[in-house]
Design a protein around this ligand. Structure first.
Ligand code: EPZ
Length: 430
């Protein structure tokens, strides 16, 4: 099994290209099941989660081809992928496939809308909390679906004439349930109004793509999204938006290691709250024509408190990385997680590097230390694993991160992007 070896102490200088967003690419790929025409997605990141979803969509009958790689410095870094689901050959998403990735549960929306039925295994995914699916079930039922849970599967059936537009207010903000209800409602009879909808940029990106396919969605990016049902959707061509979590992760890596780096092909407006926290921690951040420049030269890292929240708040997907940065701050910071109940598994691994962190309920108290020391550590989930890489960049000596398959789910060519900027990071295959 691969491991990542980091020798800390080097500053980062150079340019890091930011990939297309994993969490936008996944729902966009799933949206291709809504039409018998071809959906072409540009800027699709090459990640284990994307490959897994390709297998899942293939199981439903999607024909998928990859081409049009963009080249930079002799290497491809973004892909154009064509998805054509002429016929849906199976409305079942089996346990063996869905258990590997929670987002694959989301196929329930398009399958139900297009075929009138879906049988989808209850999901798996990162072990960051219980992550129930009650909101999906309640929301789809509001559109008229009959839903039963049996033997670990959700069996959903639409009324004879198809799903029916309705008003549904989410009792809690959910990115995935917003994606699914938005997709399902595109082909419903009548108008659907979703209240307390997620406002994440990935929701906006999905709505933009669905509208290009002929859907009638408005209000995306606000908490009220309105979807007027249409009879059918067509193909389209869509460019996946930049990955704001990857952007924030590398910004925090530079803030940690010091240096001067341009994050290319990304947009500051996707992560204002996180960038503000990094600024307060002592880094200089400015916008360039094609992205963001981040500099930390000499100044120490200041302690900053954060609380995770749905967009536009501080993203839960950057919480672990920010904690990594705070381990070297000059004081005490508090990090509060409000989205997932078990997203502190990185704490004990960061402690192995010498971090001083104590937990009280949903808040971590981080007492900055002047020195971290490399050690063997274990990745526990996708974002937790990259927080160990960030800490390793500033630790003395060697940090060896095992279980890097977690990293490969969501970070495209991480070791290469960091090495190009002068870091000592390599993949070791046993
Ligand atoms: C998406 O997950 C992201 N995944 C997650 O990123 C991200 O952490 C999360 O949104 C929050 O921003 C993808 O986009 C593929 P939610 P999702 O439904 O949609 C509760 C990563 O590292 N909830 O917004 O699954 C849930 O338990 C991943 O890339 C219910 O209670 O998250 C959580 O507490 C990890 N019932 C909260 O809502 C439901 O039916 C928010 O979850 C659904 C969710």
């Amino acid at each position: 099994m691969d491991r990542i070896r980091i020798v800390g102490g080097n500053e980062l200088h150079g340019v890091i290209p930011i990939s297309g967003a994993k969490n936008a690419a996944l729902p966009l790929m799933i949206a291709s099941l809504l039409t018998d025409d071809t959906l072409t997605l540009e800027n699709v990141p090459h990640l284990a989660d994307v490959e897994q979803l390709i297998r899942i969509l293939g199981n439903h009958g999607a024909d998928i081809s990859v081409n049009g790689r963009r080249e930079r410095q002799g290497e491809s870094y973004a892909r154009t992928v064509h998805f054509t689901s002429r016929n849906i050959v199976s409305t079942t998403a089996p346990y063996e496939l869905v258990s590997k990735m929670r987002a694959s549960f989301w196929v329930i929306g398009p399958l139900l809308a297009r075929e009138g039925k879906a049988r989808v295994s209850l999901p798996g995914g990162c072990a960051i909390g219980t992550r129930p699916v009650d909101l999906f079930i309640e929301g789809l039922a509001a559109l008229g679906a009959n839903i039963e849970i049996d033997g670990g599967y959700v069996n959903a059936t639409a009324p004879a004439g198809g799903l029916i537009g309705a008003r549904y207010v989410f009792p809690k903000v959910s990115v995935g349930a917003t994606h699914v209800l938005m997709m399902a409602a595109t082909l419903a009879n009548g108008t659907t109004v979703l209240g307390n909808a997620a406002r994440e940029p990935e929701v906006v990106d999905l709505a933009k793509c669905l509208n290009a396919m002929g859907a009638k969605i408005s209000g995306q990016g606000t908490s009220t999204v309105t979807i007027e049902g249409v009879r059918s959707l067509s193909g389209a061509r869509h460019h996946v938006l930049p990955d704001r979590i990857e952007t924030g992760t590398y910004a925090m890596a530079v803030a940690m290691a010091g240096g001067d780096v341009i994050l290319e092909d990304t947009e500051a407006s996707l992560l204002d709250t996180a960038l503000e926290a990094i600024r307060r921690a002592g880094a200089e951040i400015s916008e360039t024509n094609s992205g963001i420049r981040i500099v930390r030269n000499g100044a120490g890292i200041k302690p900053v408190d954060i609380v995770t929240d749905p967009f536009p708040g501080f993203p839960t997907d950057l919480q672990a990385q920010f904690m990594g940065l705070m381990t070297r701050s000059s004081g005490v910071s508090h990090i509060t997680e409000t989205i997932f109940e078990n997203r502190f598994m990185h704490v004990q691994e960061l402690a192995r590097l010498g971090a001083k962190i104590s937990l009280s309920g949903q808040t971590a108290k981080v007492e900055g230390v002047s020195r971290l020391k490399g050690a063997p550590v274990m990745a526990t989930d996708l974002r937790a694993s990259v927080s160990l890489v960030i800490a390793g960049l500033a630790a003395e000596g060697e940090t060896m991160v095992s279980r890097v398959y977690h990293l490969d789910r969501g970070f495209e060519r991480l070791e290469e992007k960091l090495t190009r900027c002068g870091a000592h990071v390599e993949r070791v295959s046993d």
